[in-house]
Design a protein around this ligand. Structure first.
Ligand code: ADP
Length: 339
């Protein structure tokens, strides 16, 4: 089973199945993100009235917040099919050409992790997005020639966890960029209660509220922890998930009341103990905490920043007073207050 610390990353196997099983099927099951939902529904309604495909959309925000789920809901509402791929999966121009030419009119093409799309492929995507033209070069050297194909009308919905890494020509081709926000504990509690219902898991309301606070403000994490809690309750002979079952599961996983895991704490401790609280550059921090740079920026940092424990400055990462307090350390002593 995967570590919940890794939960926000794209899941595979059993966890991917969990994502699919719990994906909201209608708008009223999609909790929160009201501003994005409202804007998206206007786009959808306008397109339906004009009998045209919806405009291209970019969703930005940390993993597990519902970008893929929203794309599926948009397809359902537009009554079209959705073709799913991702930036790293499109390795060659030919891969993109084959996806685009196989679309049916009106289809939604969902490209996840679009910031990882290779620049050569991006260049092919521009005319496809703007004027539904696909320029492909056939042959090599002096005998090479360009072939222009007209594509069926389609909507590109792209998602990224790192909007800052997107090239500006690509970003500017999206008329609509929606940023998804972290969820409140109340929203997560609703998501947990719904997921428990879908999966047939009994959970007490106050247990769901407790779990919501430890779910890194992220629905995917909430759903995975819910499953872990179910296992815990089952092996301990509890008929449903209680607050005790939550406490026991979180203790086993070394997750604290704010949802922080050992690696979150390690990152903050390394900054405090080895770099006097920062600033420290990402590469140095990654080496000192034995974690990959991408994992730090995509998984740990967003939530630590959301909690106000970490700041990104032009000179590097710094922890805040709050981080010292949470870890029971003093900014002056840089040592634990309690041993
Ligand atoms: P992303 O594409 O941003 O990584 P997903 O759309 O795959 O996130 O969401 C991960 C899981 O979290 C989905 O299976 C879904 O069950 C759940 N989820 C995400 N957002 C919501 C939401 N707003 N309401 C209910 N469930 C959600």
């Amino acid at each position: 089973m995967s570590n919940p610390a890794r939960a926000p990353q794209k899941p595979d196997g059993e966890d991917a199945n969990l994502d699919v099983a719990l994906r909201p099927q209608q708008w009223d099951e999609f909790v929160g993100q009201e501003r994005v939902k409202k804007n998206l529904r206007i786009l959808i309604d306008a397109a339906r009235q004009r009998k045209e495909p919806m405009e291209h959309v970019l969703f930005a925000g940390p993993a597990g917040l519902g970008k893929t789920s929203m794309a599926h809901l948009a397809a359902r509402e537009m009554n079209t099919s959705i073709r799913i791929t991702s930036g790293p999966a499109i390795e060659r121009v030919g891969d993109l050409a084959s996806i685009l030419t196989n679309l049916t009119p009106g289809d939604i093409l969902f490209i996840d992790e679009v910031h990882r799309l290779n620049k050569l492929i991006e260049e092919v995507l521009y005319p496809a997005m703007e004027s539904r033209m696909l320029d492909i070069i056939i042959g090599k050297g002096p005998s090479a020639r360009t072939l222009q194909l007209e594509l069926p009308p389609f909507t590109l919905i792209a998602a990224t966890t790192r909007v800052g890494l997107l090239s500006s020509p690509l970003r500017s081709r999206f008329g609509n960029i929606f940023r998804l926000e972290f969820y409140t504990p109340e929203e997560l509690e609703r998501i947990i209660m719904r997921s428990a219902g879908v999966l047939g898991i009994g959970i007490e309301q106050d247990a769901a509220a407790t779990l919501a606070h430890s779910s890194r403000a992220t629905p995917r994490v909430a759903n995975r922890l819910l499953k872990r809690c179910r296992d815990f309750a089952q092996v301990h002979g509890m008929p449903r998930i209680t607050r005790d079952a939550i406490a026991g599961t979180l203790a086993l996983l070394e997750i604290d009341a704010l949802g922080l895991e050992p690696m979150d704490r390690k990152i903050m401790q390394v900054i405090i103990e080895k770099f006097a609280g920062g600033p420290v550059g990402l590469a140095t921090l990654a080496a000192a905490s034995s974690e990959e740079e991408d994992t730090i920026t995509e998984i740990y940092e967003p939530y630590l920043m959301q909690l106000g424990f970490l700041e990104r400055t032009p000179r590097g990462r710094m922890v805040t007073e709050r981080a010292y307090t949470h870890l029971g350390m003093s900014a002056h002593m840089q040592k634990p207050l309690l041993s």
